[in-house]
Design a protein around this ligand. Structure first.
Ligand code: NAD
Ligand code: UD1
Length: 340
């Protein structure tokens, strides 16, 4: 297939470019590089021997989107482009609605004009809000709720796609709800490269390990979980990338709009992830326990059986693999792509 991958220079996008190349697809990336660097695609070329064509532009810029779609015929789109920091979305809600919602509406409008109707969307487990423990593991039918402007953008876009699919049977939408993507390609050439101090657990851990940050604070050890720390469904980014390729193979067969969890189905606590990381690195990670982070759910993990049934896909890599590969990336690239 010839794929248009928006946000393809980013963390999940770059790993998906590698998986798409391995499956024989051709990739064109549309990315404004607001949270990434073209270096990631140079690294993709080093891994897969092919470099995606990069168009530097914004999905909200109709002229750019139109010219991309005029210039080539695409079989399907994977739509990663978006802003993703929950805290920032609370401080800058307009920017999140403009970038994620308004930008995606422009993209969808131009796609229907160009009759490209197969669309894979980066949704998130955030659409389940703060889940009721009675609903764990989460199935796609669990109640949905937005607990931040970021979450609202994902929820609203899911709703837009559901309505558009109901109105026009030519659309095939896959709403892939990612749990907690972590890790990096085993080569250590591509990985997660957050700007500023990371908010998320794994990049915080790797930056402590590499000496950029002093110590990890584990937010809360008094949750109603086996060891008192929060549980999440961490998924290796390469499993996630392969999930996209498996989804693409089925997108045209699935009518309308289909939501699918991409997770492992395993609940891993913060303390367990820290222990896995210490094993991978072979030394203790400086950490201490602190108060709970406001808004955190005690536990959130997926029932991934729908992805297995529909796509024949399951995650293969465990927490030790995630930690080993995250560390391999961070230790080879202590300053991310900026050191390149
Ligand atoms: P990322 O920031 O690394 O990648 C997003 C890419 O989109 C970046 O390269 C950025 O430059 C680009 N981009 C942003 N706005 C754009 C715009 N208006 N026009 C063109 N390009 C634009 O993030 P990621 O972790 O790779 O996430 C990819 C997608 O997956 C996002 O939509 C995110 O919300 C979703 N998601 C991520 C996670 C996660 O934990 N990483 C979890 C669930 C869902
Ligand atoms: C975050 C996003 C969520 C997104 C999900 C998947 C927030 C508030 N939510 O959720 O929208 O869907 O990622 O990518 O950002 N932790 C620490 N110390 C730290 C950092 C984190 O103990 O320095 C803990 C957190 O309390 C949490 C766990 O680690 O229990 C995972 O945190 P994080 O990586 O931020 O992911 P989520 O909170 O699951």
């Amino acid at each position: 297939m010839h794929l248009l991958v928006t946000g393809g220079a980013g963390y999940i996008g770059s790993h998906t470019c590698v998986a798409a190349h391995a499956a024989g697809h051709t990739v064109t990336v549309l990315d404004n590089l607001c949270n990434s660097s073209a270096e990631s695609l140079a690294r993709v070329e080093r891994i897969s021997g092919r470099r995606p064509r990069l168009i530097v532009g914004d999905i909200a810029d109709r002229a750019v989107v139109r010219s991309v779609l005029d210039s080539e015929k695409f079989d399907a789109v994977i739509h990663f482009a978006g802003l993703k920091a929950v805290g920032e979305s609370v401080a800058k809600p307009w920017e999140y609605y403009q970038n994620n919602v308004a930008g995606t509406l422009v993209l969808l409008d131009e796609l229907r004009r160009h009759e490209v109707f197969d669309f894979v969307f980066s949704s998130s487990a955030t659409v389940y809000g703060n889940p009721d423990p009675a609903n764990l593991p989460l199935r796609e039918t669990a109640p949905l709720a937005a607990v931040s402007p970021y979450g609202a953008t994902k929820l609203w876009l899911e709703e837009v796609m559901r309505s558009m699919a109901a109105a026009d049977p030519r659309w095939h939408f896959l709403l892939l709800r990612y749990f907690n993507p972590v890790g990096a390609h085993e080569s250590g050439l591509i990985g997660e490269d957050p700007s500023g101090i990371p908010n998320n657990l794994m990049p915080y851990i790797t930056q402590v390990a590499v000496g950029r940050l002093k110590e990890l604070t584990i937010f809360g050890n008094d949750y109603p979980t086996p060891d008192g720390t929060c549980q999440r469904d961490y998924i290796h980014v390469c499993d996630l990338a392969e999930g996209h390729v498996a989804a693409l193979a089925k997108v045209r067969e699935l009518p309308g709009c289909t939501a699918v969890n991409l997770g492992t189905g395993n609940a891993v606590s913060v303390a367990q992830l820290v222990a896995s990381f210490e094993k991978a690195v072979g030394r203790p990670l400086p950490h201490r326990y602190g108060p709970r982070r406001p808004g955190d759910a005690a536990a959130c993990w997926a029932d991934p059986s729908k992805a297995r049934e529909l796509f024949g896909w399951t995650a293969k890599r465990n927490a030790d693999d995630m930690c080993r590969d995250a560390w391999n990336w961070q230790s080879r690239n202590p300053n991310g792509y900026r050191g390149a």
